[in-house]
Design a protein around this ligand. Structure first.
Ligand SMILES: Nc1ncnc2c1ncn2[C@@H]1O[C@H](COP(=O)(O)OP(=O)(O)OP(=O)(O)O)[C@@H](O)[C@H]1O
Ligand SMILES: [Mg+2]
Length: 234
């Protein structure tokens, strides 16, 4: 599904060139749960932006479902982001003074779908994260950090994407709330077959994935199986 071949990303700021990714290659299959791990500044978010078709590499190729992403037009890239990929960013970016349900319906606004259908899909994706129904009408300042993060995940899911890209989704959470969010990702992976790519700088979080890619100074240093610490209560 994802094929990254010899990708390098160089940022140029004035005269300074910084190699954020250095000859990175790996594949991710459909239905895998992969963690990308590395210290701060190692290139994780840079890689996420490329995988999410938000940015393009300086050199190398990125194939998504067999298509070379660098050959696509801006419109085609926008379509890929809308239809295939769900983003969960580290900073909670829910709209304030807007209910949980409306926040999740937001990405569907531009698809010309009628309100009733949008609401149904938003509710389904909220249920998939395990958020309790009484919270659906709450505003974001009436939720805990973990609940907000689940709403952010629901919003990433509402377009029914095959890939979920999450950048430090548990970064601002205490460990107990973080476990709940990780459990949500595991359930989406196991029960709904989503491909999950989870970025983190913490080993114990990465161990929840099937496989861990380690990056350091922009280089892929290791590609190994995770311990798959399953926390779903069966
Ligand atoms: N737009 C940009 N312009 C210039 N340099 C950048 C840009 N974005 C990132 N960088 C640099 O590229 C390197 C990799 O950054 P990146 O954000 O990918 O790291 P990261 O692994 O996500 O770190 P963190 O764990 O702190 O989020 C860093 O040295 C950073 O300063
Ligand atoms: Mg980052």
């Amino acid at each position: 599904m994802i094929e990254v071949k010899n990708i390098t990303k160089i940022y140029e700021t004035g005269d300074i060139k910084l190699k954020a990714l250095d000859d990175v290659s790996f594949n991710i299959n459909e239905g895998e749960f992969v963690a990308i791990m590395g210290p701060s500044g190692s290139g994780k978010s840079t890689l996420m932006h490329i995988l999410g078709a938000l940015d393009i590499p300086t050199s190398g190729t990125y194939f998504l479902d067999g298509r070379d992403v660098s050959t696509l037009s801006d419109d085609e890239l926008a379509n890929i982001r809308r239809d295939k990929i769900g983003f969960v960013f580290q900073s909670f970016n829910l709209l304030p003074r807007t209910t949980v349900l409306r926040n999740v319906m937001l990405p569907l606004l531009y698809d010309g779908i009628e309100t009733e259908k949008r609401e149904k899909r938003a509710r389904e994706s909220l249920f998939a994260t395990g958020l309790d129904e009484p919270h659906f009408g709450h505003l974001s300042n009436q939720l805990s950090g973990g609940q907000i993060q689940r709403v952010a995940i629901a919003r990433a899911l509402v377009n029914n994407p095959s890939i979920i890209l999450a950048d430090e989704p548990t970064g601002n959470l205490d460990s107990k709330t973080g476990e709940i969010v990780l459990e949500t990702f595991q359930r989406l992976n196991e029960e709904h077959g989503r491909t999950i790519i989870l970025i983190t700088h913490e080993q114990y979080i990465a161990e929840h994935a099937d496989r861990i890619l380690f990056i350091r100074d922009g280089k892929l240093t290791e590609n190994r199986n995770g311990h798959i610490k399953r926390i779903i209560k069966k």
